[in-house]
Every structure is written in structure tokens, then in C-alpha cells.
Write a protein that binds this ligand. Structure first.
Ligand SMILES: [Zn+2]
Length: 306
């Protein structure tokens, strides 16, 4: 093939709009990640919780492979290093998700706190994990404000209204009155997962987010994937101002079954490890659950900020 013919082939392959091709039924997750490249003004936040267990790293390895394919900021949503968040446990995390450590902003989970003060979590991530006395912090990503919370409430003086973290959260949100806000933290307020379910201890934090008109929350803790419709902290459907919650406890540890679906639950899966990719655009967002290689469950859609 001469250069001109080779170029023509390249153009056809790269131009699905100009030269539509029939959809291939078995698209690999790696291909999905590549084809869903963000628009130019968009930022990408991708990740999951409940990740690496030294006793079986296959799941964490599968999701680490996905992250290698997706540029953007990585959210590690708690329970990163099983069973006890020790130095050795974090060496196993490092073998997998350590590959994207330089672009990771973590949230701590309960297993990190099996080691007093989550010392090895904070030691491993350094300043990327925020103040070790708090474990909560915020940052800007594209046009979005991102808040990371610490749901190990007992370790930091509670999560109730008036607690240090809740007061910090309200002040942080007031200081960043942007159109689009996302928060991620380990324990979900809403979950149909059979192992844990709803965690009402988190409700005051959700209330603060709702009061400030936040848009999206991502949690883990239950080892499954679940998507909720926008709702209030009292679980009332609220398409206008509600927060859309994702549970993405699919980082690789294992899967556990659901109970009956809770109110506003839209999609559930407990078969595939994978990562949740959020493309954060100006005034809107797209979500895509990318399954590990060999699994077929997927979920995608879009929402607007309010
Ligand atoms: Zn947990």
C-alpha cells in the first residue's frame, strides 16, 4: 500500500462520523475508554473504591489496567489497601493503582483506619490526601469544584451538624459558589448493598451538599455498582435540585449481593469490577462505568448541573 492509500485508510478508521461503520458488538473496555475522549473544555475524574487486597490482587490489577487507558484525575474512594491499611497492604495497592499515583486524589475508608490514624494511608499519599488530622479537602477540576470527605466520623470528631468537618464543608462550599460541584467519600448515604446499605451518619454532610446545590456524589463501601436518580437527603426524588449518587465499590476487592432496591435506585450490578469515569463539562457531566476486560456490564448517561 502506498502512503496515499495508507492515509486514506487512516482517515476512514478515524472518522466514524464521515464514514459510519457498523457497531462492533464486542467492544473491549479499553476501546471504550479511548473512543469516549472528552470534549476540549472537559475534565475527567475516574476511579472506584474498595480496591487492593494482597491475598488476591487480580481485581485491582484489572481496574488498574483500565485507569492506564483513561487520562484524568483518579479518585480512590476509600478501602484502598485490605485488610488493615498497613504499610505492607499499601505495597499491594502500589503494585496496581500505584501506576497512576501521581494523578490520584484519595479519600480514606474504614479499612485505612484499622491502622491508627490511617497513618500509612497518609504516609503513602502525602499532601495529596490533605491534612492527616482531617482527611477532607477540596480542589478544582476544570470548571468544577471537587470536595473529598472523610466518612470515618469517629476518628475526626463526628459527622453531625456542627462538627468540624461539617462546618468546614459548609464554609468550603460557600467559598466556591460555582455552577457544578461533586463530592466523593467512602460511606454512602444511599445504598441497596446487602453488606452495609444506607449510612445515616453521613446525612448531615449530604444535607450541607444539598443546601449548597451540589450535583454529584460518588461513594463506595458496598462492593457493587449502583446509580441513583437525583434525590434529597431524605430520599425524595428531586429532578430539579437533587444530588445524583453513584456507589462504585468496584475497584477489585470482591462482589457482594444486593438487597431489595432502595428508593430512586436506577441501575445495579454486582458482577463486574470496573471504574466510573465522569467527564465534567461546563454546566453538565457524562458518566460511564467501564467494566474490567471480559465483563459486559456497562452504564452511561448524562446530567446537567443545577
Ligand atoms: Zn468500607
Amino acid at each position: 500500500m502506498n502512503n496515499r492509500a495508507a492515509l486514506a485508510v487512516l482517515v476512514v478508521l478515524a472518522s466514524p462520523v464521515l464514514f459510519p461503520r457498523p457497531r462492533v458488538s464486542a467492544v473491549s473496555s479499553a476501546e471504550l475508554a479511548v473512543t469516549a475522549a472528552p470534549a476540549e473544555d472537559a475534565a475527567v475524574l475516574v476511579g472506584a473504591g474498595d480496591i487492593a487486597d494482597c491475598r488476591d490482587l487480580a481485581g485491582a490489577e484489572a481496574t488498574a489496567k483500565l485507569l492506564e487507558q483513561v487520562p484524568g484525575t483518579v479518585m480512590a474512594v476509600g478501602d484502598l489497601a485490605y485488610p488493615d491499611g498497613t504499610k505492607e497492604n499499601f505495597e499491594c495497592y502500589d503494585k496496581t493503582w500505584g501506576r497512576v499515583k501521581s494523578r490520584t486524589r484519595p479519600a480514606p475508608g474504614n479499612h485505612e483506619f484499622h491502622s491508627a490514624g490511617a497513618a500509612y494511608y497518609f504516609g503513602y499519599f502525602g499532601s495529596a490526601a490533605g491534612d492527616p488530622k482531617q482527611g477532607y479537602y477540596s480542589y478544582e477540576l476544570g470548571s468544577w469544584h471537587i470536595v473529598v470527605l472523610n466518612t470515618e466520623c469517629e476518628a475526626i470528631g463526628g459527622c453531625n451538624a456542627g462538627s468540624q468537618q461539617e462546618k468546614w464543608l459548609r464554609a468550603d462550599l460557600a467559598a466556591h459558589p460555582v455552577a457544578c460541584t461533586l463530592a466523593y467519600f467512602h460511606k454512602p448515604l444511599f445504598s441497596s448493598g446487602g453488606a452495609h446499605g444506607d449510612d445515616l451518619e453521613i446525612k448531615p454532610l449530604w444535607q450541607a451538599l444539598y443546601d449548597a446545590n451540589a450535583d454529584v456524589v460518588v461513594s463506595g463501601h458496598d462492593h457493587d455498582y449502583e446509580r441513583f436518580a437525583p434525590q434529597t437527603p431524605d430520599a425524595a426524588a428531586d429532578p430539579k435540585r437533587g444530588i445524583r449518587e453513584f456507589v462504585a465499590g468496584t475497584g477489585g476487592k470482591n462482589h457482594r449481593p444486593f438487597t431489595a432496591p432502595h428508593a430512586n435506585s436506577e441501575v445495579r450490578d454486582a458482577t463486574a469490577f470496573g471504574v466510573l469515569k465522569l467527564t465534567l463539562r461546563s454546566g453538565a457531566y457524562d458518566w460511564q462505568f467501564i467494566p474490567e476486560a471480559g465483563k459486559t456490564f456497562a452504564d452511561s448517561g448524562s446530567g446537567s448541573c443545577h
